[in-house]
Design a protein around this ligand. Sequence first.
Ligand code: NAD
Length: 378
Amino acid sequence: MLVAILKEARQDETRVALTPDAVKALTSKGVSVGVENNAGLHSGATDADYTAAGASIAARSELLTTADVLPVVNLLPEAEQRRMKRGSVMIGFLRPLDDPAALEAAVEAGVTLFSMELVPRITRAQSMDALSSMATVAGYKAVIVAADRLPKLFPLLMTAAGTIPPAKVLVLGAGVAGLQAIATARRLGAVVEAYDVRAAAGEQVKSLGAKFIEVDLGGLQTEDKGGYAKELSPEALELGRQAIAKAAKQADVVITTAQVPGRRAPLMISARTVEEMKPGAIIFDLAAPAGGNCEVTRAGETSVYHGVTIFGPINIVSEMPVHASMLYSRNVSNFLQLIVNKGELVIDHKDEIIAGSCVAHGGQIVNERVSAALKVRA
Ligand code: NAD
C-alpha cells in the first residue's frame, strides 16, 4: 500500500498533510510512503527528513496515479482528482458542505473521500479533530497579530511616567478559536469580554478570567446535539448585535470567530458599529472564509474603515505552518489508524467515525448533508 504526500497546490498553503514523524509510524508498519520533492519545506520538514523516516521522494504525477491513500490539507485541483486510482482514498479538508461541486471529479473517478471537517465530535475521535487543532492555532495567531498592529500596549503598566490602562479585547464566538484568543489576550494582560450564543460557553469564558456578555434570548434553543451553534432567527441575531455594538465601542481589539457549520457566518458587527469604534481599533475576523462576522470585512484583505483596521484572513493557520502541520498530521495519522490494518487498507463503513466522515465511496456521494448541499447549488 502506498501513501503519498504531495506539495499543496493552493498558492497560499504552507502546511503539509503528514510530517516525518507520522511517516515513520507508517513505514515502521510496512506501509510505503512517497513524498513529492519539497512537500514539507515550509513546515520545516526537508526531503532528507522524509527519507530518514523511510519515505522515498517521487514525482507528483507518479504519486497521483499510484497512491492508495492521499492525505491532503486542501482538495486536489479537478484535473488531478481525475488522475487518481479508482478505489484509492483521499483524506483532508475537502469542504464538502461549502463547495460540494468541487469534489465531483474525484467522486466520478471512484475515489473514496473522507472529510476532516465531518469527523464526528465524539470522545473517541477527539485525537482526529483537525478543526479544533486549526482553530487553536488561528485563535492564538489572531491575538498576536492584533497585539502587534495595535498602536497601544496590551498590559496594564505602572511606570514613573504614569499608568497605562490595559487594552480591551472583545471576543465574539467562544468556541475553540475564541477560547484560545481569550487565553492568549489574557496572558498578554488585556481585559477581555466575550459573547457566544451557547450558554455553556459562558462558564468557559469566565474560567479564563474574561467577562461573559449575557444576552436574554428568551430561552431559545441555540445549540444542536453535536454541540454546535444553530443558525439564529433574524430577531435573535439582532439582540446579539445590539449587545455587541455596546461592547465594541469600548474595545481596542475585536476578534470574531462565530460560525455555524455549512452556513454563512452570522453577521455580528454592522458597518454602523464599526463607524462608532475607536480610531486605531482592530477587528480580526476569523470567520472571513465563511463570509465574515463583520459587514465590512473583505475576505483575504486587510482594510481600513473609518479608522478601524479590519483583518479578513482566509488562511491564517498557514502563517504558523510548523505547528499547524504538526497538529494536522497527528489528526490525520490517528484517522489513518482506523483504515490501515497490518499495512493494508481496511475500511469498516459501519464504524461511526468512518461513516460520519465518508463523503463518497464507489462513485457515489454517501453523505446526506453533502447530497443535499449539492442539490441546493445545482
Ligand atoms: P465553530 O467554529 O462552529 O463556531 C465558533 C463559535 O461561534 C461557537 O462557540 C458558536 O457557538 C459561536 N456562534 C455561532 N453563531 C453565533 C452567533 N450568532 N452569535 C454568537 N456566537 C455564535 O465552533 P467550534 O469552535 O468548532 O466548537 C463548537 C462547540 O463544539 C464548542 O462547544 C466546543 O467546545 C465543542 N467541541 C467539542 C469537541 C468534542 O470533541 N466533543 C471538540 C471540539 C469542540
